[in-house]
Design a protein around this ligand. Structure first.
Ligand code: GTP
Ligand code: MG
Length: 337
């Protein structure tokens, strides 16, 4: 998964990257470790040689200094490409740097409108090109539907498309089709105030906390982070809450593998079968899939953290290729190559 951090100038994007990176960032990009408490607990139990968390990449995309200059916007749009989810940062603090008070509702509307405009331009260009290289009628209809919604200022992520339409319009990488999380960067010490934003959020997940505090929290050990975050009134460590929200937005879950070599979280799409999930580890395991031995993390922990006890109690099950893997399933694949 790749996320792009977007937002107008000086809203706190770089501060967020630093908080998400927990000290391992490189300015505008970071690899976020999905701080999974289950992985940490299993690692304590199995004492493996290696512990691997799920991770995803974030990249800050700076709002262009001169939006009117053509090359600048092209660069901006390029940088947005490849992001499966946008983390949209809103400035909820008065900025001495910008000499401006907080006006997150206006800022949200501004960027939302820009995105709608960009998508409309893409559609115009597509129709322009279709005069030379004909477009299938079904495609034309799908684009017209997009155009109508955008002209009514409805972002495409809110529109119901059938699979065929979606497959066609995906090639245009419309900005308003990409799911968004909203993060309000609030004034430190003040109670987060999201009033007025809920309506403008239009169903997007909205979280509010002061990024400088989140950055402080992120410098601590994983064990200390949750406690300190709670003490500061944050909803949790930034990496954890952003990762969780992004996962939910994209329909991702993690299953786990645990042994003395490695304890690891594997991200898959919700609804994937055991055989599909096997492919997350290796195509050979998928191809040679025989069965999966599965115990849920909770069952494992409540049975002495012992596979033997879990097996005897019948909570360690044998599942076939069509079993739908659940979040937190500890899986051992049997395969034959
Ligand atoms: N008072 C206050 N200042 C903040 C807060 N968050 C960030 N800042 C300051 O605001 C300025 C901009 O923060 P950045 O994280 O660099 O914001 P940005 O969105 O990356 O900015 P650009 O890349 O220039 O668009 C910095 O001087 C931060 O120290 C906050 O919550 N409160
Ligand atoms: Mg920045």
């Amino acid at each position: 998964m790749e996320a792009r951090i977007i937002g107008l100038k000086g809203c706190g994007k770089t501060t967020l990257v630093a908080a998400l990176a927990e000290g391992k960032g490189e300015g505008h990009v970071a690899t976020v470790h999905v701080g999974d408490a289950r992985v940490r607990a299993l690692s304590e139990i199995f004492q493996p040689k290696k512990t691997t968390f799920a991770e995803f990449k974030v990249r800050e995309v700076a709002w262009p200094e001169a939006t009117g200059r053509k090359g600048e916007m092209e660069k901006y749009l390029d940088a947005l490409g490849g992001g499966q989810v946008y983390v949209h940062v809103l400035r909820g603090f008065d900025s001495p740097m910008l000499g401006e008070e907080a006006h997150p509702v206006d800022d949200l509307a501004e960027l939302d409108n820009e995105f709608v405009m960009f998508d409309l331009i893409r559609i115009e260009r597509a129709f322009e090109r279709s005069k030379k290289a004909p477009m299938p009628d079904t495609g034309k209809k799908a684009l017209l539907k997009c155009q109508q919604h955008l002209e009514a200022e409805t972002p495409l992520r809110e529109v119901d498309f059938d699979e065929a339409d979606l497959a066609f319009i995906r090639q245009y990488q419309f900005l308003t089709l990409t799911p968004q999380l909203l993060l309000l960067n609030t004034e430190s010490g003040a109670a987060p105030d999201t009033s007025g934003l809920e309506a403008a959020a239009r169903g997007r997940r909205l979280m509010a906390f002061p990024f400088p505090d989140a950055l402080d929290v992120s410098q601590l050990s994983p064990e200390e982070q949750a406690e300190y975050a709670a003490a500061l009134g944050l909803p949790g460590p930034a990496a954890e809450i952003v990762a969780q929200a992004a996962y939910e937005e994209l329909g991702l879950i993690s299953f786990l593998t645990a042994g003395t070599d490695e304890v690891r979280a594997w991200p898959i799409r919700r609804g994937e079968t055991a055989k599909e999930a096997a492919g997350a580890i290796h195509s050979d395991i998928q191809r040679g899939f025989i069965r999966a031995e599965i115990v849920s993390y909770d069952d494992f922990m409540s049975h002495n953290a012992s596979m033997k006890t879990a097996r005897e109690a019948g909570v360690l099950r044998v599942e076939g290729k069509d079993y739908i893997v659940q979040s937190g399933d500890i899986v051992n694949f049997r395969f034959n190559v």
